[in-house]
Write a protein that binds this ligand. Structure first.
Ligand code: SF4
Length: 354
C-alpha cells in the first residue's frame, strides 16, 4: 500500500499492523508528512476545535535514584546541582500559575526517595483544596500500585510516565538492569486501572532506536490507549554516556505526532519543550502536526537551569510561563488559541461540533 493509503486507513480504523506501520515509517517524505499533518489537524479540530490547553510545569525536585543513560539528572551525574522545592515554593508556583490562567499543574520530579506517599498526598491535597477547579498531574516515576491508589485518592487527576521505548532489548540499552520495561508497563496499566488520566510516550531518535522499535512503540500506545502521549526528540546531555549521540530529528518527531493523533484521535498531545529546543518554532510546528497541549515552565527561575534532562533546554522567553502573551500570539499564528481550562481528555461523544 502507498503511504497516503496507509494514512487514510489509519484515520478510518485508528490502527495499522506492524508491517503497515513499518512501511509507513520508511516511506516518510515531505509530501507524506504534509498529508499526515493535514489529516491530523482536521481530526484535532473535530475533537478539540481550535483550543490549546496549557499546563503549568513545576519541576519540584531533580534528585533521582535512577541512572537512565540518556538523562541529565541521573544519579550518576555528579555535576548536577541538586535541589528540591519546599512546599511553600511549590504553592507559590501554583498561585502564580493560577493568576496567569493555568488550570492544570504538573508536578514533575526524578524518583526522589524524599517523595513518600505521605508527602505527596499532603502536597496534592493542599493544591486541590486551594484550587478545586484545577487538575493536578504527577510525574514522579515508578511506584507500587498501592502508592498510585493512595495518590489518586488524595486527589491527583493525571499521571505522566513515559515508557521511552516498548522494545525490551532497546529498553535495556537505555537503562541500567534495575529498570525493567515490564515494570514500566505494569505501572502504566495500574495507573489506568485506578482511574488516572495516563500519559505514556517515548523519545524519537534515541540511541540504538530502529524503525522496528518505533513500530513497537506505536503498537504499545495503541494497546494501552493512554489519554496523553508525550513524544519528543532525543537530545544528548554532556554528562551522560550518550553525550556524543546525535539528536532526534524534527521531521520524524512531527510525523510521529501526526500519526499518533490519527491513531488515538482524542489523545492530549503536547508540543514538547524538547521540540521547542531543537527548533525555534518547534511548538507551532507541533501544533501544525496535530498536537493540542503546551507546557510552559512555572518553576522558580533560579532552578530552571538545574532541571536539565538534556542540553540546550529552552527555559526563558515563551517557554517560561511569564510570557503568556507571547505564547498566545505564537499559538494564534497557527490558527489556535490558549484557553483557561483544566483541559481534560474528551471522549468521542464530547467532540467539538463547530
Ligand atoms: S529519566 Fe527519570 S527516572 Fe531516569 S534518571 Fe532521569 S529523572 Fe530519573
Amino acid at each position: 500500500m502507498e503511504a497516503k493509503e496507509l494514512i487514510d486507513k489509519l484515520e478510518i480504523h485508528h490502527a495499522l499492523t506492524a508491517e503497515e506501520w513499518k512501511t509507513l515509517l520508511l516511506q516518510r517524505d515531505d509530501n507524506t508528512a504534509s498529508y499526515a499533518a493535514e489529516r491530523a489537524v482536521a481530526v484535532r479540530r473535530r475533537i478539540y476545535g481550535d483550543e490549546v490547553y496549557v499546563r503549568g510545569l513545576i519541576e519540584f525536585t531533580n534528585y533521582c535514584k535512577n541512572d537512565c543513560y540518556y538523562c541529565g539528572i541521573r544519579t550518576g551525574n555528579k555535576n548536577a546541582d541538586r535541589y528540591r522545592l519546599t512546599e511553600s515554593e511549590i504553592l507559590d508556583c501554583c498561585a502564580h500559575g493560577y493568576e496567569l490562567g493555568f488550570r492544570t499543574f504538573v508536578l514533575q520530579g526524578g524518583e526522589d526517595p524524599h517523595l513518600t506517599d505521605e508527602y505527596l498526598c499532603t502536597l496534592v491535597q493542599r493544591i486541590k483544596d486551594t484550587y478545586p477547579d484545577c487538575a493536578v498531574t504527577l510525574s514522579v516515576g515508578e511506584r507500587s500500585k498501592e502508592s498510585y491508589r493512595t495518590l489518586y485518592k488524595a486527589g491527583a487527576d493525571r499521571y505522566l510516565l513515559r515508557h521511552e521505548t516498548a522494545d525490551p532489548a532497546h529498553y535495556e540499552r537505555l537503562h541500567p538492569a534495575a529498570l525493567r520495561l515490564d515494570n514500566r508497563k505494569r505501572c502504566l496499566y495500574d495507573l489506568k486501572e485506578i482511574g488516572f488520566q495516563v500519559g505514556a510516550g517515548f523519545m524519537v531518535g534515541s540511541p540504538y532506536q530502529t524503525t522496528d522499535c518505533l513500530v513497537e512503540d506505536l503498537l504499545f500506545l495503541k494497546e494501552l490507549s493512554p489519554q496523553m502521549a508525550g513524544i519528543g526528540p532525543f537530545i544528548p546531555h554532556a554528562d551522560t554516556p550518550f553525550s556524543d549521540r546525535p539528536a532526534g530529528s524534527l521531521e520524524q518527531t512531527l510525523f510521529l505526532l501526526s500519526l499518533i493523533r490519527l491513531m488515538l484521535p482524542q489523545v492530549l498531545l503536547p508540543a514538547t519543550t524538547a521540540l521547542a529546543t531543537i527548533h525555534p518554532q518547534g511548538r507551532e510546528l507541533g501544533l501544525l502536526a496535530g498536537a493540542n497541549v503546551v507546557m510552559p515552565n512555572l518553576s522558580p527561575r533560579g532552578v530552571r537551569e538545574k532541571y536539565k534532562l538534556y542540553d540546550g533546554k529552552v527555559c526563558t522567553g515563551e517557554e517560561a510561563a511569564e510570557c503568556m502573551n507571547c505564547l498566545q500570539k505564537r499559538i494564534n499564528s497557527v490558527g489556535c488559541r490558549i484557553v483557561v481550562d483544566r483541559g481534560d481528555y474528551k471522549k468521542e461523544t464530547e467532540s467539538c461540533t463547530t
